[in-house]
Write a protein that binds this ligand. Structure first.
Ligand code: GCB
Length: 598
C-alpha cells in the first residue's frame, strides 16, 4: 500500500486537527448516526489518554469515538476517493454518515478505505471513527481484559510501556486516478561503480508502466518500461550510514498517450548482508551504535510530532548514534522517511512484544501456564502476528534506512512451542523480503542453553540487565555474567551479535561516589562496563542502549513516574550517561570501537 502523496495525478487533504470525542459509555447506541453528543474534543494526531484530566478516559476499556465533518474537493469527480489512517491504535471501525465503511485491526500500520462508491466530489460527510485500545490474545501485542470486583473492566498487558490508544498518526482524504499504480517494490545493488535498481510495479486498470530514475539534482540517470526490470546507474552514489544519498524513481502509468498516474519513490542504493559474524552494509562491516526508542512524549502519548522527530534525530547525531530500533512497534512513516534522508540506520520491529508468560513469573521466569498455548499465544495470536508482519513489510520494504526486521521483542523462545510458533512467521518474512536479515530481541530467561529458535534467524540480539535486575549495584559480578553469556552465544551460533537492550533506571540529579543504582554515575559506569565486555568480542556488531529517553509505563509499583532508563529525560535533557556515550560513539562512523574497520 503506497503512502498518500501529492503528485501530478494525486491529491490529498490532511484531516488532522481537533475532532469531537467521546468514550462509548457516555454516548448512546449507534452514536455515529448523529452529531456526537459530547462536550469533549480531542487532538489528532495524539493518543487520547493524557489529553483529558479524567481517569475514566485514561484507562478506558472499550471503544472511543472520534468525529468530524469532511468535504470532498469538488474536482475529484473522476477520481478514486480514499480515506487513509496512518494508524488507529489498536483497532478501528470507520463510519461515513450512518454506514460502516471499513474496519482494521493492528495499531501501528496504516490502512486505506475506498469511498469512491460511497461519496461524491464536492459532498460533505460526517466521518466517525470508533477506536479501541483493547488488547486480547487475538491482537498483537497481546493482552487480557479482566473484570474487577466492582465490575469494572481492566486492561492487563505484558509489556511495561503505557498502552496508549487513539488516532496517534495523521488521517488523510486522498485521490488516486481510476487506473493507477498500486504498489512498487525496489531492490538495489551495485558492482564496482555501477548501481542497480530492480523494480516491480503493480497496477490496477489500463496503461503501460514507464519508470525513470533521477539523481538528487533531478537529472534523469536511467529509464525503463514495463512492470518489472532493472535500471543501471553509472557512477552510482551509494546510500551510506551517516551519508544518505537518495535517487527518485518516478513510476508512471501511460494510457493513450497521456500520463494517467505518477508516483515517486525515494531510492537509496545500498546492500545489506550477514556474512559469518559480520553485518555488512555496502560490503563494509557495520557497527550499530544507538538506542531502543519509544514514540512517547508528554500529553501526546504516542502522537506523532514533527518537532520531536527533528529534535530526537538532532540528539542522535549529538550523541554520535548511527541507528535505533523501533522498539516495540512500527513507528510513523515520517520517521523512516527522515531516517532515509539523514542516513540513520533502523532496525524495524513489529508490535509483537509480550509473547512471554515468563515475565509474569518475575525473576524466576517460570510461566504460570505455557506461553505458546491456546490460553495465550495460540493460533489466533499467530495469525494476527502474520498479518502484522505482512503489513509492516509492505509498508517499509523500500526504505534504505531499514536494514533488518525484528519480528518480536522478548518472546518466550526458551519454551516449548516457540519453534512451531515462529517457523512459519520467519518463512513468511523471508518470502515477503528475501533481502534483509531477520532477528528477534532475546529475553534474559532465553539462554544459549535453552533458546529454541535462534537457528531460524541471522543476527543474535540480546536484551540484558546484569547490574540492574540481576546483581543490582554489583557491576563486578554483572561483568562476569555478561562475559559468560556473550561467550555462550558466540560458541553456540557463530552469528553476529548485538546488544539490543542494556540500561539502568536513573533519576537525574541523584549522585553518589559509590556504585549506587538510580544515580547518574551508576548509569554511566553500568554502560562503561558493558562496553568493556563488548569490545572483547570481534563477533559483537552493535550496541543499542535502553532507552533513548524516559517513557510512560503502565500503572503499578514497579516504576516511579515511568521507565527512567532514558539517557535523556522524557523532555530530552541529557543525563550524565549521554555525555559518556557521546564520547564513545562520536567519530566511529559505523566502525567497531577500537578497530580500524578492517
Ligand atoms: C525489557 C523490555 C523493555 C523494558 C525493559 C525494562 O526487557 O524489552 O520493553 O522497558 O526491559 O526497562 O525493564
Amino acid at each position: 500500500m503506497l503512502k498518500p502523496r501529492s503528485t501530478p495525478t494525486r491529491e490529498l487533504v490532511n484531516l488532522d486537527g481537533v475532532w469531537r470525542f467521546a468514550i462509548d459509555s457516555r454516548v448512546g447506541d449507534r452514536p455515529w448516526t448523529a452529531l456526537l453528543d459530547t462536550p469533549l474534543e480531542a487532538a489528532v494526531p495524539a493518543s487520547y489518554n493524557d489529553l483529558f484530566v479524567d481517569a475514566e478516559i485514561r484507562d478506558h476499556v472499550g471503544w472511543v469515538y472520534y468525529q468530524r465533518s469532511v468535504r470532498v474537493p469538488r474536482g475529484w469527480a473522476n477520481e478514486r476517493i480514499l480515506l487513509r489512517f496512518d494508524a488507529a491504535t489498536h483497532a478501528a471501525k470507520v463510519y461515513v454518515n450512518d454506514d460502516l465503511v471499513g474496519e482494521h485491526i493492528g495499531g501501528y500500520t496504516p490502512f486505506d478505505i475506498d469511498l469512491t462508491d460511497t461519496i461524491s466530489a464536492g459532498e460533505e460527510f460526517r466521518l466517525t471513527v470508533a477506536v479501541s485500545g483493547d488488547l486480547t490474545n487475538e491482537t498483537i501485542p497481546p493482552g487480557k481484559i479482566e473484570v474487577g470486583m466492582d465490575g469494572r473492566k481492566k486492561q492487563v498487558y505484558f509489556h511495561d510501556f503505557y498502552n496508549y490508544a487513539g488516532l496517534a498518526r495523521s488521517v488523510w482524504l486522498h485521490s488516486e486516478p481510476l487506473s493507477r499504480v498500486t504498489d512498487v517494490t525496489v531492490v538495489t545493488g551495485f558492482e564496482g561503480a555501477t548501481g542497480s535498481v530492480d523494480y516491480r510495479v503493480e497496477t490496477d486498470g489500463t496503461g503501460e508502466v514507464a519508470v525513470r530514475l533521477s539523481d538528487a539534482a533531478g537529472v534523469v540517470v536511467a529509464q525503463g518500461s514495463g512492470p518489472r526490470g532493472t535500471l543501471e546507474v553509472a557512477d552510482v552514489t551509494l546510500w551510506k550510514p551517516g551519508a544518505a544519498y537518495l535517487y527518485e524513481l518516478t513510476v508512471e502509468l501511460h494510457d493513450a498517450g497521456s500520463v494517467v498516474d505518477s508516483y515517486p519513490v525515494a531510492v537509496g542504493v545500498r546492500t545489506v548482508e550477514v556474512r559469518g559474524h559480520e553485518f555488512l552494509i555496502n560490503g563494509q562491516p557495520f557497527y550499530f551504535t544507538g538506542f531502543g526508542k519509544h514514540e512517547d512524549t508528554a500529553v501526546r502519548g504516542k502522537g506523532h510530532d514533527n518537532a520531536f522527530l527533528v529534535h530526537d534525530f538532532q540528539l542522535l547525531e549529538w550523541a554520535g548514534a548511527n541507528s535505533f530500533r523501533t522498539s516495540h512497534y512500527p513507528y510513523a512513516e515520517e520517521v523512516l522517511d527522515f531516517a532515509d534522508r539523514h542516513g540513520i540506520v533502523v532496525i524495524d520491529e513489529t508490535a509483537a512484544v509480550g509473547l512471554n508468560m515468563g515475565v509474569v513469573g518475575g525473576m524466576s521466569g517460570t510461566p504460570p501456564f505455557p506461553t505458546f498455548s491456546e490460553q495465550y499465544a495460540g493460533a489466533a495470536t499467530q495469525a494476527a502476528h502474520a498479518q502484522h508482519i505482512r503489513e509492516l513489510i509492505t509498508r517499509d520494504k523500500n526504505h534504505p534506512s531499514v536494514v533488518m526486521w525484528c519480528i518480536a521483542n522478548e518472546p518466550a523462545s526458551n519454551e516449548e512451542g516457540a519453534l512451531e510458533y515462529f517457523t512459519p512467521l520467519v518463512e513468511l518474512a523471508r518470502e515477503l523480503d528475501p533481502t534483509r536479515p531477520l532477528t528477534y530481541a532475546l529475553v534474559m530467561f532465553a539462554t544459549f542453553q535453552n533458546d529454541k529458535i535462534v537457528d531460524l534467524f541471522d543476527v543474535v540480539s540480546m536484551n540484558r540487565y546484569y547490574g540492574w535486575y540481576i546483581t543490582p549495584g554489583d557491576l563486578t559480578t554483572a561483568e562476569q555474567y555478561l562475559q559468560g553469556d556473550i561467550q555462550g552465544w558466540v560458541d553456540r551460533t557463530g552469528k553476529p551479535i548485538i546488544m539490543s537492550e542494556y540500561g539502568a533506571d536513573t533519576q537525574p540529579g541523584v549522585h553518589s561516589v559509590w556504585d549506587q543504582p538510580w544515580t547518574e554515575e551508576y548509569q554511566a559506569s553500568f554502560l562503561e562496563m558493558y562496553h568493556r565486555v563488548f569490545d572483547r568480542f570481534p563477533q559483537f556488531v552493535g550496541e543499542q542502549v535502553w532507552n533513548f529517553a524516559d517513557f510512560a509505563t503502565s500503572n503499578g509499583i514497579h516504576r516511579v513516574e515511568g521507565n527512567k532508563k532514558g539517557v535523556f529525560t522524557r523532555d530530552r535533557k541529557p543525563k550524565a550517561a549521554a555525555w559518556a556515550l557521546r564520547k564513545r560513539w562520536r567519530g566511529l562512523e559505523g566502525r567497531k570501537p577500537g578497530s580500524d574497520g578492517e
